[in-house]
Ligand binder design. Structure first.
Ligand code: MRU
Length: 366
């Protein structure tokens, strides 16, 4: 995507060839700052502290993290240690395990002296593949959006609601849920996006709004609680969200609050789609509610809020009374029965085991 008119990815190898660079997403939307990751510990910290976040970008960063680890020590023990360290950074997005297992399986049979170069090459491939998958999701989603637009009066605004940030910033480029949105906007469809602010961390208000603004896509930031009301009044044509982990049966784990949007969508007859690239499908799981580990994050995300003061300084202030305990589950699971379809790189699948298997007959057995 373009930042100030320059095509930019969210992660890239540094010019000196010994590190990777990322956009520090904790500084957005008030400052565009990049950070350099030169060690395993720096890569693990970037994922844990959410300088990078979003399932596909977490996976890509972990792949680069293994390369950084192997540059320092390419022994079997170091590979195992680095894999375990990175895997422990965040529990819910399955892309993390997918990328780590893929790099480990690729380099483990090699002699230690060949491992770092091979890991670097594969990390780059994983990034390029992510962009290709997202572009394919954009193509499949665009057909869907054209179909919905065709049922509206000519020239009428097409209203999409999205939750959290499943955009360019959650991936290497293009985004998953945003891929059809950008494709539609670029194709001249009169698209408008309702952006859920996404409490408690506000990825919608701070990240999705920022990237849509940069790309010139009309959008409106709304309180999370406004979605149901807008749906009741015919102001949402469809919902598109991302996924951190989708089971083999089509249950979708995504940012906390996604489930409530799916319930409201069902009650109002609004189609609810999930942009689901195959690396975010966990073929080993069948029951999302019971089997997917849900990350519990620091309650400070809930009890405090960060924003820009009139003098430009960014500050964090308390929201809740001192002494009131908080709880902060970061994800929830939307059962497959509430999902209209999964927009994958191979087309739109019904959210069911047979629907997914029809498109991914080559996937591992569950
Ligand atoms: O906690 P985050 O910001 O990493 O959560 C991100 C989401 O829930 C996204 O919607 C999801 O990863 C899909 S990203 C393409």
């Amino acid at each position: 995507m373009n930042v100030a008119g320059r095509p930019t990815r969210t992660i890239w190898p540094s010019a000196d060839g010994i590190a990777v660079e990322i956009i520090d997403q904790t500084r957005l939307p008030h400052a565009f700052v990049t950070a350099r990751l030169a060690t395993l510990d720096e890569a693990a910290h970037a994922i844990r502290a959410m300088l990078v976040r979003g399932a596909p970008l977490i996976g890509a960063t972990a792949a680069w993290g293994l390369w950084l680890a192997l540059r320092a020590d390419a022994s079997d023990a170091a590979l195992a240690r680095a894999h375990a360290t990175l895997l422990a950074t965040r529990p819910t997005a399955v892309n993390l395990r997918w990328a780590l297992d893929r790099v480990r399986a690729h380099v483990a049979p090699l002699t230690p002296s060949a491992r770092a170069t091979a890991a670097r090459q594969l990390a780059m491939e994983i990034c390029d593949e992510d962009v290709a998958l997202n572009c394919a999701i954009g193509t499949a989603g665009l057909a869907l959006l054209r179909g919905i637009a065709a049922r509206k009066p000519v020239g009428a605004r097409l209203n999409v609601l999205t939750h959290c940030n499943a955009g360019w910033l959650a991936t290497v480029d293009v985004g998953t849920a945003t891929a059809p949105i950008y494709a539609a906007h670029d194709a001249g469809l009169p698209i408008h996006v309702w952006v859920d602010e996404t409490r408690p961390r506000n990825q919608g208000a701070s990240l999705t709004a920022w990237e849509l603004l940069n790309h010139g896509v009309p959008h409106t930031v709304i309180a999370d609680n406004a979605g149901g009301h807008l749906m009741q009044h015919g102001q949402v044509d469809l919902v598109i969200v991302g996924t951190d982990r989708t089971t083999a049966t089509g249950d979708v784990c995504n940012k906390i609050g996604t489930y409530l949007k799916a319930l409201a969508a069902r009650d109002n007859g609004v189609p609810f789609y999930v942009a689901a690239p195959s690396p975010s499908i966990d073929w080993s799981l069948r029951d999302g509610v019971r089997e997917i580990p849900i990350e519990e994050r620091d309650v400070r995300e809930l009890t405090h809020i960060t924003g820009r003061l009139p003098d430009g300084a960014v500050a964090s202030v308390a929201l809740t009374p001192e002494g009131s305990p908080g709880g902060n589950p970061a994800f929830d699971v939307t059962p497959a029965r509430l999902v209209t379809g999964l927009i994958t790189e191979r087309g739109v699948a019904e959210a069911s085991e047979s629907g997914l298997r029809r498109l991914f007959s080559d996937a591992p057995a569950s």
